[in-house]
Design a protein around this ligand. Structure first.
Ligand code: ATP
Length: 291
């Protein structure tokens, strides 16, 4: 549904994106992660036809995002990273204004109610009086209610509290069940992990890697905190080939990638007093890409 081939856009100062390629199948979600200034928003602007590529191709449903931008816009709903509203309207007035611009107005009104309830937004309040998080909810509702085939979201959960971040994830999963294709930039690994099949990691305008979430899980470390009975036991563990970080006393942290056989073998040689598994560190495996 989304195809990006060797896409480049350089700003006058030299930054931008260089030869980026990826695609997103219909009904799937692609997460786009990377540090500040990496090129996420630039890529999204090219997808939306706001910028003309220097070279390469970007299409949605076979339509060129620059040459056929009017047609593309009919398929896509977009949530910008920085939201600008008519501040003198209430949320409801703003949503009605957006609904009025579209043909399937009745269905949009129905969706609007559903998403207002799901995100628990007080829709009668003036936008001027809304907090950052409330404005973000309004932006999400405006984007989702249009029932577009493709959703392009730039940092959708920025400003949302943890409960609302969860609600957002559930809404995205519902949209996927309805066949929507989703492209989402983020700094939040957990929301990408829970919603996307693939994640692209961008840095300094270059796509460093595209990984399936499944691949990242395979590569993840498991971490254990272990206390042994004697100094000799600790020495034995240190002599093993395990990835070991000594702590105070006779305790240490051991990190294991993949199978745990080597850990069980080493622990079989010593007396273990305390054994604790730390929470999964998928996010840490991903963070290696940032360095
Ligand atoms: N209009 C512009 N003119 C010149 N340079 C720009 C422009 N927009 C972005 N850039 C530069 O291009 C690079 C990529 O910016 P972009 O906004 O795409 O990053 P991002 O990954 O979305 O960052 P963030 O996570 O901070 O939102 C940055 O170095 C930025 O300074």
């Amino acid at each position: 549904m989304i195809e990006v081939k060797e896409l480049s856009k350089l700003y006058r100062e030299g930054q931008g994106i260089k030869k980026i390629s990826f695609d997103v199948d219909q009904g799937k979600a692609f997460g786009f992660l990377g540090p500040n200034g990496a090129g996420k928003t630039t890529t999204i602007r090219l997808l939306m036809g706001f910028l003309k590529p220097d070279s390469g191709q970007v299409t949605i449903n076979g339509l060129d995002c620059w040459e056929q931008k009017t047609e593309v816009k009919k398929l896509v709903s977009y949530l910008p990273g920085e939201l600008h509203f008519v501040e003198s309207l209430t949320a409801l007035e703003f949503l009605s204004l957006i609904a009025g611009m579209h043909r399937n107005r009745f269905q949009i009104k129905k969706n609007q109610k559903y998403f207002i309830n799901a995100l628990d937004l007080d829709s009668k309040i003036l936008i001027r009086k809304m907090s950052k998080g409330m404005k973000q909810k309004l932006g999400i509702i405006a984007a989702l209610m249009l029932d577009a085939k493709v959703l392009i979201f730039d940092e959708p959960t920025s400003g949302l509290d943890p409960l609302m971040q969860r609600v957002f994830i559930d809404l995205i999963l519902e949209e996927k069940k309805r066949g929507k294709t989703i492209f989402m930039s983020s700094h939040q690994f957990p929301e990408i992990e829970r919603t996307c099949e693939h994640v692209g990691i961008i840095k300094e305008g270059k796509l460093l890697a595209i990984k399936s979430i499944w691949q990242l899980r395979e590569a993840e470390y498991q971490t254990f905190q272990i206390e042994v009975e004697s100094d000799e036991d600790l020495e034995l563990l240190k002599e093993s080939q395990l990835n070991l970080i000594p702590l105070q006393g006779r305790s240490c942290i051991i990190r294991v990638a993949g199978e745990l056989d080597s850990l069980w073998m080493a622990l079989g040689q010593v007396h273990v007093v305390r054994f604790k598994q730390h929470s999964l560190e998928l996010e840490e495996a991903f963070l290696d890409f940032y360095k």
